[in-house]
Design a protein around this ligand. Structure first.
Ligand SMILES: [Zn+2]
Length: 172
């Protein structure tokens, strides 16, 4: 025991303090994925810390769905994305890049340099409908698995982003 052990302790201690990567974004959109032909994820309620919204947009049709984890439908009329879906698109662009999101959803923004706003505008311009047959329960259970994974993961490991769905991929 000596300086070596101490410095190991100091390193891991420091790492633990610095570990929570990107807490602000995680708090707002804790879960986003491109899966099952949809952009889907979970968005925190702005007003109620205990409530989250499960939101999704389908590729090609842009049919969208948004409801709370208790299955209460969110606002948002035909052709108008609610703020949760807008936040979901913005977060997806941050995580995957606008081009990959555009390709997955089959969106062609008018100019060649898409961003979240351009993608949202291009999708809402088609007056997409609300999708009542949403897979909210399925998405929410994936979110819970995601949370369980984060709790089990070593604190010092980088955030896994969304690359941890091997089982789901195999089924699909
Ligand atoms: Zn919503």
């Amino acid at each position: 025991m000596g300086v070596g052990a101490l410095s190991v302790w100091e390193q891991s201690s420091t790492a633990r303090v610095m570990a929570p990567a990107r807490p602000r974004k995680l708090a707002k959109v804790p879960f986003v994925e491109l899966a099952d032909g949809r952009l889907q994820g979970v968005v925190s309620s702005g007003s109620d810390i205990g409530r989250v919204y499960v939101s999704s947009v389908a590729a090609r049709t842009y049919a969208f769905a948004c409801s709370t984890n208790n299955n209460r439908p969110c606002g948002g009329a035909r052709g108008v994305f609610c703020k949760h879906i807008q936040a979901l698109v913005a977060e997806a662009v941050l995580q995957y890049g606008a081009e990959r999101v555009a390709r997955y959803l089959a969106v062609e923004p008018p100019d060649g340099d898409p961003d979240a706003q351009a993608l949202t505008a291009a999708m809402t311009a088609t007056r997409p409908v609300k999708d009542d047959s949403s897979a909210a329960a399925q998405v929410f259970s994936r979110f819970l698995r995601h949370l369980a994974y984060l709790e089990l993961a070593p604190v010092t490991s980088p955030l896994p982003e969304m690359q941890w769905f091997p089982a789901t991929r195999a089924v699909a």
